[in-house]
Design a protein around this ligand. Structure first.
Ligand SMILES: Nc1ncnc2c1ncn2[C@@H]1O[C@H](COP(=O)(O)OP(=O)(O)O)[C@@H](O)[C@H]1O
Ligand SMILES: [Mg+2]
Length: 390
């Protein structure tokens, strides 16, 4: 097997008393996109800058295409320009006094590429990012999206093996960001470059990555495919950071024969059967039971794992209606189709499939929000995680 495009081993970086990066390791295979996802201040940019060579780590090592580019213990530190990386940052940092062509050509000029080949390469790359014909424009006479494409073209023009992207879309408005996100994915597949991508936006992270690393306080909490991380979060932090979640406080009552656990929901007398338990919860342990809202099913009447929510309000939205629901101290906004509206009474029964429930020991979940999920924006379930941080 060939060496990974990029390998980071146990990177540590301190700024005074702050440990910005605290033992981060990952590897990116050729053509893969690894995303560092996490809240503002968790160490994403610092990690990327260490890979790029703008920041020197206190410990650990980085290999690029099998060659060690930094390892303080061995006295290795190759300067950024010799690491063979392309980079795009949040602020596009394109040069305002140059034309689009000159901006994109710059990395080739400093590599002393001859004119005919240089011109061809620049034009090919402009075409790749959808800017053919824009070469002679002053860089300042471009929209935000176009400027970002120039930055992308400049990063790709000398065909680097690895592209580093630090929140490259976050300065764009929502509509353009969506469009650029899709374009970026197409582009990455077309040139088959390996990418280290940094974002706090979970939609970007989910849709662009082959591998996702969720960071918290300088550490990677979980790494896996977007599907694994979403469907099998390994900590309450990851579960909460990616997607929406409903939490019920309670106490473990007894374990079941198939490795599950019965939980008594606090202050309600209700019992929930949880399929599998990640944490070891012996009877009496305070726990939180968590479920993704899309896994709740409207149920006809009582049954096991069915909770009766009171309907506090119904908000008519045309095709759908939004129900503001309460169960004990848990409030929750559930969207149902309009056709159901005529059948609504003052309560609604929701079935919580045991297999979709996760149980966490209360002390592990202590740093999390109380058992309340924020109201969704209709049609945009993940709005919260996409906008709550940074
Ligand atoms: N040059 C610096 N000097 C001092 N502290 C820094 C510096 N750069 C980053 N930090 C601190 O390191 C932590 C991680 O920052 P950063 O990597 O920028 O996070 P992120 O990109 O995830 O928002 C933060 O606490 C930040 O304040
Ligand atoms: Mg950052």
């Amino acid at each position: 097997m060939s060496a990974p495009s990029l390998e980071a081993r146990d990177i540590v970086k301190r700024f005074g008393r702050v440990t910005a990066v605290n033992g981060v390791s990952f590897s990116i295979a050729q053509g893969d996109v690894l995303t560092l996802l996490g809240p503002s201040g968790c160490g994403k940019t610092t990690t990327l800058r260490i890979v790029a060579g703008f920041e020197k780590p206190d410990g650990g090592a980085v290999d690029i295409q099998g060659r060690t580019v930094v390892a303080p213990e061995k006295g290795v530190n190759i300067p950024p320009e010799n690491r063979g990386l392309g980079m795009v940052f949040q602020s596009y940092a394109i040069w305002p006094h140059m034309t689009v062509f000159q901006n994109v050509a710059y990395p080739l000029v400093i590599r002393r590429m001859k004119a005919p080949e240089l011109k061809e390469r620049v034009e090919q790359t402009l075409e790749l990012v959808g800017l053919q014909g824009y070469g002679e424009r002053p860089a300042t006479m471009l929209s935000g999206g176009q400027q970002q494409r120039v930055a992308l073209a400049r990063a790709l023009v000398y065909s680097p093996g690895i592209l580093l992207l630090d929140e490259p879309l976050s300065n764009l408005d929502a509509k353009l960001r969506n469009q650029m996100r899709i374009e970026l994915k197409r582009l990455q597949e077309r040139v088959s470059v390996s990418v280290l991508f940094v974002t706090h936006d979970q939609i970007e992270a989910m849709s662009l990555s082959t591998k996702l690393a969720v960071m918290n306080q300088g550490k990677i909490e979980q790494m896996g495919s977007p599907k694994e991380v979403y469907e099998q979060p390994s900590t309450p932090f990851v579960e909460d950071f990616i997607g929406r979640v409903l939490r019920f406080r309670g106490a473990a009552a007894e374990t079941t024969e198939d490795g599950g656990v019965m939980v008594e929901v606090e202050g309600t007398g209700a019992r929930l059967r949880v399929g599998v338990s990640e944490d070891r919860v012996s009877p009496g342990t305070p726990v939180q039971v968590a479920i993704r809202p899309e896994d709740l099913q409207v149920h006809d009447g009582e049954g096991s794992n069915v909770l009766r929510f009171s309907i506090e309000r119904v908000i008519y939205l045309g095709a759908e209606c939004e129900l503001l629901l309460r169960f004990g101290d848990v409030t929750y906004t559930h969207v149902v189709s309009r056709s159901l509206q005529s059948e609504l009474g003052s309560t609604i029964d929701l079935y919580l499939p045991p297999k979709q429930l996760r149980v966490w020991a209360q002390d592990r979940a202590a740093s999390q929000q109380p058992a309340i999920s924020p109201a969704p924006v209709p049609g945009f379930e993940t709005a919260r995680a996409a906008s709550a941080t940074s």
